[in-house]
Design a protein around this ligand. Structure first.
Ligand code: PEP
Ligand code: MG
Length: 296
């Protein structure tokens, strides 16, 4: 960060009227966080674990994953760390994991759909996550959830992981289990999901609501997270969170876009997770927003 927003980077995220906004980071590895002061954020709102699985050679085993997650938890120094289970497929093909030749990978076997088809891989990741939770405030988040049965199946598998770890005499803790809201079916029927928390994936939610691919330049203008249909869904998810006492974050790219932050906060969000490079500009944009009734 340099120039104008560098001054904002270290302070808390607060609107002009004094509303404290929870601002967390998106990250993919502990290496990426090295040299960053954890005091710039309220924790990690999204760890994308795909990078860990996408290297050359074998997929990471439980020990390698536990070590990778534990390093991120150590960096966060007591702050919450939300780690997403593998979101392979769609724009993130991973050799040996994803299906080749799907006609439309974004509507195919990706995220939790794929993890549930590969209980060998999924159980290993859940064991590593439950072990990492013994070192700090780890929360586990499922990507691409469409129906409640997927959350319930993952919860059962987490119980299997915890029972196995207890048998093996390994330190572990039951992490809170939340879901990404990035499939319209989940956003619309949010009251059907008994998740511990929600995090809106505005990149995918926008593409699925507007039927405009997130990686297709010719329709980029249509893939607008500020489309009123997307904002209405976000507002209804935020309201559900308030009414049921569950945290709702937004971890898509819109959360770090100064032009989008005003509309997102006015839609009722009070928690955003952004790239580390966006922290200064996001705090500066938040400071300029007045959430009082009738404020411009
Ligand atoms: C999203 O879809 O907004 C999101 C945060 O997840 P990803 O970009 O990794 O699909
Ligand atoms: Mg997504």
């Amino acid at each position: 960060a340099s120039g104008l927003n560098a001054a904002f980077r270290m302070g808390p995220a607060v609107t002009r009227d004094g509303t404290r906004i929870t601002l967390t980071l998106n990250a993919s590895s502990a290496d990426e966080l090295e040299g960053l002061d954890p005091a710039i954020c309220d924790g990690i709102g999204l760890v994308r674990t795909e990078l860990l699985f996408d290297g050359p050679g074998a997929l990471p085993d439980e020990e390698a994953q536990h070590e990778a997650y534990r390093r991120i938890v150590a960096w966060a120094d007591g702050r919450p760390v939300t780690i997403r289970t593998l979101d392979a497929g769609g724009d993130k093909p991973i050799a040996g994991v994803t299906e080749d030749g799907e006609s439309n990978p974004f509507l195919g076997l990706r995220g939790i759909r794929l993890s549930l088809r590969r209980p060998d891989l999924f159980l290993t990741q859940l064991r590593a996550l439950a072990r990492a939770a013994a070192h700090g405030d780890v929360r586990v988040m499922l990507p691409m959830v469409t129906v409640p049965a997927e959350l319930e199946a993952a919860r059962r598998l987490m119980e299997t992981a915890l029972a196995g770890l207890a048998r093996d005499g390994l330190a572990a803790r039951r992490p809170r289990l939340g879901i990404m809201i990035e499939v319209p079916a989940a956003a619309i029927a949010i009251d059907q999901f008994d998740a511990d928390f929600f995090s809106i994936g505005s990149n995918d939610l926008t593409q699925y609501v507007t039927a405009a691919g997130r990686d297709i330049g010719s329709v980029a203008e249509l893939a607008d997270p500020l489309n009123p249909a997307v904002l209405r869904l976000i507002a209804s998810v935020a309201r559900h969170g308030r009414e049921t006492g569950r945290e709702v974050c937004l971890c898509g790219d819109a959360g770090g876009d100064p032009r989008a932050i005003g509309p997102l906060l006015r839609a009722g969000l009070r928690s955003l997770s952004v790239a580390a490079s966006a922290v200064g500009a996001a705090k500066q944009a938040i400071a300029a927003i007045d959430l009082r009734d009738g404020a411009p």
